[in-house]
Write a protein that binds this ligand. Structure first.
Ligand SMILES: NC(=O)c1ccc[n+]([C@@H]2O[C@H](COP(=O)([O-])OP(=O)(O)OC[C@H]3O[C@@H](n4cnc5c(N)ncnc54)[C@H](O)[C@@H]3O)[C@@H](O)[C@H]2O)c1
Ligand SMILES: [Zn+2]
Length: 366
């Protein structure tokens, strides 16, 4: 088992990464000096596969553990589901010392984390992420929340978990498309922070695509370490944490314009990161060779690198980038790469350049 520490003073916690961890959830929670009762929050895909194992592990360790099952998918990150969750917690008579176990992907983690942040003015919570995206990204760092019809993640809090348990065995049942989408965030860490990780991904991608446990353990741990390092320096995103949004301004716009139907988040940000790499070449002199390496790695991972858009769609994307949460004072600020492994945030990008990066055509980009 690998352990990564998130150092945030008295809110510090460990991320444990390995196999066979579901069976140890109870013992791990017992070490945290929590209350005797808890609620496992999961979804309709994950609960039938892993809910019982987690419930049994908690019961064996002496906890009273109820299971709350949410609908699966992004729609579950809603006020309606939130209210249903509160009602069930009240029915299970959870009290101030009780805790929440989030068992699922980023949707479950974000919603259950928000429930934990707010129910009875805050209960401790433990993340047990079961998607690659959740293991390397959403379960770490304490952003929790839900969507409104006006937009994604508009309600939320910074609320750190007490422990994150990444059981790599759970990834075996993840559909290949979801797994590839998680790889888009993995590749992101190489681009924004660690050229060595990027080279490792270039070398070990076939093993990763086979979900080889040893390769996965090393890669997931490195991604968590990077996220932990960034969050430690800037928990509430007043600066550095913005680098985690590399490729996300265009990615979010693509998701919004396609009404969250066409692309998974990871697919949209794969396209967004390739576009951001092209912008980086124009604005910061990222070498063409590195732009190509970035594009090639996403392609090899089976991710899209280009959206086929007509002129009105491109206009919509440009308009949507201006609505991105990261826009302040009307100017679109980008995270751009100087080289693989070294990015800078807060770069204004002229609209014309952005438009060309979105609609990349080799003959017109010069
Ligand atoms: N809090 C953060 O910092 C942060 C960061 C990135 C993304 N997010 C959020 O995360 C969410 C996306 O997370 P996601 O990609 O994990 O999506 P998800 O939670 O919807 O999971 C994807 C699908 O896989 C299923 N699933 C989960 N684990 C499985 C398993 N082991 N086997 C089989 N099926 C499984 C789910 O039921 C779902 O259908 C978005 O809402 C996004 O906003 C949050
Ligand atoms: Zn993302």
């Amino acid at each position: 088992m690998r352990i990564v520490k998130v150092s945030l003073g008295n809110r510090s916690y460990a991320i444990k990464i390995g196999t066979g961890l579901l069976a140890r959830v109870g013992n791990e929670c017992a070490r945290l000096a929590l209350g005797r009762s808890c609620a496992i929050i999961s979804d309709r895909n994950v609960a039938p596969q892993y809910g019982k194992a987690v419930q049994e592990a908690l019961t064996k360790a002496g906890f009273a553990a109820g299971l709350i099952t949410l609908p699966a998918g992004e729609m579950a990150k809603s006020l309606k589901t939130l209210e249903a969750c509160y009602d069930q917690l009240a029915a299970q008579r959870l009290e101030r010392k009780s805790f929440i176990v989030a068992l699922g992907g980023g949707v479950v983690g974000d919603l259950a984390g928000f429930v934990a942040a707010t129910y009875l003015r805050g209960l401790p919570f433990v993340q047990v992420p079961t998607t690659l995206l959740a293991q390397v990204d959403s379960s770490v760092g304490g952003k929790v929340g839900l969507n409104l019809s006006a937009g994604k993640n508009l309600v939320g809090a910074f609320y750190q978990p007490r422990l994150v348990l990444c059981d790599l065995d759970t990834l075996a049942s993840l559909p290949m498309r979801e797994y590839r989408a998680g790889l888009a965030e993995v590749i992101k860490y190489g681009i924004i922070y660690d050229a060595g990780l990027f080279r490792r991904l270039e070398r070990d991608l076939p093993k990763l695509l086979r979900r080889d446990p040893l390769t996965l353990a090393a890669v997931v741990a490195r991604c968590c370490e990077i996220k932990a390092d960034v969050v430690r320096q800037d928990e509430t995103e007043s600066g550095l944490r913005a680098i985690l949004n590399f490729g996300h301004t265009i990615g979010h716009a693509l998701e919004a314009v396609s009404h969250y139907g066409k692309y998974l988040h990871g697919e949209a940000i794969a396209i967004g990161q390739v576009a951001a790499a092209r912008l980086s070449a124009k604005v910061l002199g990222l070498s063409e060779c590195e732009v190509e390496r970035i594009e090639r790695l996403f392609q090899r991972a089976g991710l899209p690198t280009q959206a086929k858009l007509n002129a009105p769609q491109r206009q919509k994307i440009l308009a949507a980038t201006r609505l991105d949460k990261k826009v302040s004072g009307g100017e679109i600020k980008f995270v751009l790469a100087r080289s693989i492994g070294a990015v800078e945030f807060g770069h204004p990008v002229p609209a014309a350049l952005l438009s060309r990066a979105i609609n990349h055509q080799p003959s017109t980009i010069h």
